[in-house]
Structure formats: C-alpha cells, structure tokens
Ligand binder design. Structure first.
Ligand code: AP5
Ligand code: ZN
Length: 217
C-alpha cells in the first residue's frame, strides 16, 4: 500500500495515520514530524524551518523533496509508505511523479475550516512519535502523558489561533489544488495514476478510521 493523506491542518491526518500504518504495516512519512525532529535537534535545517513553521508558511519545496527522497531509500519503504502532510504543493507532487514514485491511493480527509481552530487549540502532541491527542475529543489515558511512553505531551508552537488561520489560508492556496491535480490524473486513464478517495473527517475517530479502511479498497 502506497498512499497520500491529504487534508487541511487539523483534519486528523496524524490521528488516522496511526491506525492506517498499523493495518497495512507501512511507515508513516510525515514531513511535519521530520521537520519538528530537526527543530528539536537544532540542526541548521531545523533552525531555518522553525521560523517558517511558526509563521504558518511552507518550507521550501527543494528541501522537502530532498528529505522525502532520502527517506524513501530506507528499507522499510519497500513494503509501501504513507505520506502525511506531503505533497503539499504542485511542485512537490510533480517531483514525485517525475521520479516515478508509485502511489496507489490519495485519501482526502475533509473538515470545514470552522471546526479546525477549536481542534487545534485542544491538541496535545507527543513530539517524538508524532502521536496527537485532544483534551476533549481524544484525551490520553493519563492527563498530559503519552499513552505508549508515558512521556509529557506538549502544545505545538504553531497551534496558536493566528498561526492556524494562516496555515488554513496556505492550505487553500497551495495544497487544496492537489485534489484537482490527482483527480485529473486519475481521469486521464493513465495506469500509474492513483485512485482518489474522499472521506469526512467529522465524527468519532473510530468511525473515520472505518471509513478510511473502506475507502482504501
Ligand atoms: P504538519 O505537521 O503536516 O501540519 P498540518 O498539515 O498543518 O497538519 P496537522 O499536523 O496540524 O493536523 P493533522 O491533520 O495531522 O491533525 P491531527 O491528527 O493532529 O506541518 C506543520 C508545518 O510543517 C507546516 O505548517 C509547514 O510549515 C511545514 N511542512 C510540513 N510538511 C511540509 C511540506 N510538505 N512542504 C512544506 N512545508 C511543510 O488532529 C488535530 C487535532 O484534532 C488533534 O488534537 C486530534 O486529537 C483532534 N482530532 C482528530 N480527529 C478528530 C475527530 N474526528 N474529532 C475531533 N477531534 C479530532
Ligand atoms: Zn499531523
């Protein structure tokens, strides 16, 4: 299984990615998690990326494409992979197409903007694993602690209301057009084109997972 998870910030890509990667036994390639790891490690990339991320912008295509191409060389990607938060621009999608990186499905998780800000304000994250929770909708078993490691949960620096609004604008301008991009490719009859699926991201997490599994057939 090789798939792309598409959707606005806060759609639940990371939340659903956790279940999808288990079911299919594939790695989750989250460019957001990779960048946050670089920020935490204080690498030159991390220092640059932090400024952009905190402002709600996008890190440059060249950097992101390089990161993903390197990641795809690792052995665990032979069984398949799931992109979470990538591609996010037409040049990123073109780079994968040009490199002949196979994609079976593009799964769009649809959530209206009005829902996003509330979700983000309640989000808590375990940065090392990328697992996310919500204080109300998806609470951890022990308040403030990751279910698996018991380590502290934190609030992401880019989850401030103003930054979330900026990220939504960027999503509509740069990422949403990918729905049409993949739709057109699928309609062209090209045998390499992915199947494009859309599910609602509203409702209980388990229900969305069931709909995601059903869509990936
Ligand atoms: P990234 O980490 O990819 O952020 P994002 O796309 O904005 O998505 P999020 O992680 O915010 O949301 P999510 O859909 O994963 O939602 P989650 O499951 O956590 O990117 C961060 C930044 O890095 C970017 O802004 C950019 O600067 C940079 N970057 C990354 N990739 C890049 C790229 N390819 N190119 C350039 N720059 C890049 O859920 C959200 C909350 O909702 C949680 O609290 C969760 O518990 C809750 N929740 C989940 N499901 C439900 C539900 N059904 N009902 C109620 N609440 C729910
Ligand atoms: Zn995420």
């Amino acid at each position: 299984m090789r798939l792309i998870l598409l959707g606005p910030p806060g759609a639940g890509k990371g939340t659903q990615a956790n279940f999808i990667k288990e079911k299919f036994g594939i790695p989750q390639i989250s460019t957001g998690d990779m960048l946050r790891a670089a920020v935490k490690a204080g690498t030159p990339l991390g220092i640059e990326a932090k400024k952009v991320m905190d402002a709600g912008g996008l890190v440059s295509d060249d950097i992101i494409i390089g990161l993903v191409k390197d990641r795809l060389l690792q052995d665990d990607c032979k069984a398949g992979y799931m992109f979470d938060g990538f591609p996010r621009t037409i040049p990123q999608a073109d780079a994968m197409k040009d490199a002949g990186v196979p994609i079976d499905f593009v799964l769009e998780i649809d959530v209206p903007d009005s829902e996003i800000v509330e979700r983000m304000s309640g989000r808590r994250a375990h940065l090392a694993s990328g697992r996310t929770y919500h204080v109300k909708y998806n609470p951890p078993k022990v308040e403030g602690k990751d279910d698996v490691t018991g380590e502290d949960l934190v609030q992401r620096d880019d989850d401030k209301e103003e930054t979330v609004k900026k990220r939504l604008d960027v999503y509509h301008a740069q990422t949403k057009p990918l729905v049409e991009y993949y739709g057109k490719w699928a309609a062209s009859g090209d045998a390499n084109a992915p199947k494009v699926r859309k599910i609602s991201g509203l409702g209980p997490v388990e229900e969305i997972t069931a709909n995601a599994f059903a869509a990936l057939k």
